[in-house]
Design a protein around this ligand. Structure first.
Ligand SMILES: NC(=O)c1ccc[n+]([C@@H]2O[C@H](COP(=O)([O-])OP(=O)(O)OC[C@H]3O[C@@H](n4cnc5c(N)ncnc54)[C@H](OP(=O)(O)O)[C@@H]3O)[C@@H](O)[C@H]2O)c1
Length: 430
């Protein structure tokens, strides 16, 4: 970037966009000191010009239609901070890149869905498409993989990638409250979306981040395969309590790894040891663990969401561009990024935690152990907790490693058993 004054547009002035705008306005001197470039915000856009916002906006540069900005203003760098996976978000990013405007976005939904196409477009037009803030908020994990660990051969990246879920699980353990009431609390504190928290809770949000991490870590196209994705919506306090007694915590983990050169991506609740690193990442915190050669294991932890942390990552993308770091959005040229082969998840294996609510009568436990044996799943530990009043019992089983397809067959046969009175609970051990 040769010109010294850099014109900036910010599209989307919600939680993140509005905070970012304030950072840009208040840190101009710092940016100039560190990059030698003067920035000027010449255009902003949101849905509603007159909405009351945390930080005041300059209405004289407000555009109702963000596409008009590209047509009417000379923009060097555009922030897309709306958040849709398609529609206006895709249109604005696409139009900006075609017009040789650098784009910075925290929009994981857009990158997970259209990242390949958009990065190719950026490459073709010799501009940057930066999306550090799309994974794990303020944790600089993408730049770490792209630059800090550039020559390592990575084999696995995993972690806690959704602060909302981690907060809910930690808070349930701390307060012994139900999922529903902790979710309400999370919403009132701004940790969960007030209208529709579903995409956080069902694992979709973590999954979009896993897809982005996979393609960067393994230099592949973004995978399109539907993978193992389970959220935390059906977890009960009872399982958190039992897990705790067994020295485990329940965490929603996102995991991507290469097994014999094949990609295995998954997001699901996992039982992790209480004394493990990941077992002690609590509240809204995120953590990402990268394993590779020769680095071994590298851990990054920090705030995974919130306007401050997200803006920090957006600003780092800005400074990277201003310093002239024009590079491939996914680290290597698009043409070198191949499709990944998919690992057959049915032959993956995990130890399982099973909780079965059963009729308290003779012979039930032996029926259950028979079903496990039929599916070639061996038991490591069994605990039975009777409830004499209800004439029922909870049977908790920890299995040895079992193949996924056998575990699923087992669950199906347990569901059909008339002595099991509630849907079996199954959580994988990590
Ligand atoms: N919130 C976080 O902690 C967090 C963390 C990491 C990443 N992110 C990502 O950051 C992005 C923004 O999230 P957010 O929480 O800031 O969302 P948000 O509060 O819902 O803000 C969205 C903004 O987009 C504007 N908008 C909607 N439709 C528009 C249109 N057609 N044209 C122009 N503007 C439009 C809205 O305008 P009005 O304000 O006028 O309604 C609003 O300002 C998303 O991609 C999200 O995944 C957020």
């Amino acid at each position: 970037m040769i010109n010294k004054k850099i014109n900036i547009a910010v599209i989307g002035l919600g939680q993140v966009g509005n905070y970012l705008l304030n950072e840009l306005n208040t840190k101009k001197k710092d940016i100039e000191l560190k990059t030698g470039k003067k920035i000027e915000i010449v255009a902003i856009s949101a849905k509603n010009k007159n909405k009351k916002r945390r930080f005041k906006i300059n209405k004289s540069i407000f555009f109702k239609n963000p596409i008009d900005i590209i047509e009417n203003k000379k923009i060097n760098i555009l922030f897309e901070v709306i958040g849709h996976s398609d529609g206006i978000s895709k249109k604005i990013v696409e139009t900006a890149l075609k017009n040789k405007i650098h784009v910075i976005t925290p929009n994981k939904a857009l990158i997970a869905k259209h990242g390949d196409y958009l990065s190719k477009l950026a490459e073709k037009n010799k501009v940057n498409l930066e999306f550090e803030a799309s994974v794990a908020g303020g944790i600089p994990i993408l730049r770490t993989i792209k630059e800090g660990l550039a020559t390592n051969k990575l084999i696995r990246v995993y972690g806690i990638l959704n602060g909302t879920c981690n907060y809910i699980l930690s808070e349930m353990e701390k307060t012994k409250d139900s999922f529903k009431s902790v979710l309400k609390k999370a919403q009132s504190l701004g940790y969960a979306e007030p209208e529709n928290p579903k995409l956080d809770l069902n694992g979709y949000d973590a999954f979009a981040k896993i897809r982005i991490l996979s393609s960067l870590a393994f230099n592949k196209k973004i995978s399109k395969k539907n993978c193992l994705m389970e959220g935390i919506e059906n977890l009960e306090y009872k399982d958190i309590e039992i897990a705790s007694q067994l020295n485990f915590r329940i965490k929603l983990l996102g995991i991507t790894e290469l097994i014999n050169g094949k990609l295995f991506e998954r997001v699901h609740p996992s039982l992790v040891k209480k004394d493990s690193y990941i077992g002690n990442v609590n509240g809204v915190m995120n953590a990402v663990i990268v394993e590779g050669k020769p680095i071994g294991e590298s851990v990054l932890q920090g705030e995974g969401a919130g306007p401050g942390a997200t803006s920090s990552a957006l600003m780092s993308d800005l400074l990277s561009i201003l310093r002239g770091n024009i590079k491939y959005p996914f680290g290597i040229p698009d043409i070198k990024r191949k499709k990944s082969l998919s690992y057959n998840e049915k032959v993956s294996s995990n130890s399982l935690y099973l909780r079965l609510e059963v009729k308290d009568k003779p012979g039930v436990l032996s029926e259950i152990t028979k079903l496990l044996a039929n599916n070639k799943i061996s038991i490591e530990r069994v605990i039975q907790i009777p409830d004499h009043k209800k004439k029922s019992a909870s049977i908790i089983i920890i299995t040895h490693r079992a193949l996924e397809y056998r575990s699923q067959n087992l669950i199906n046969s347990l569901k059909r058993n008339k002595n099991i009175i509630k849907k079996p609970v199954q959580i994988r051990l990590f």
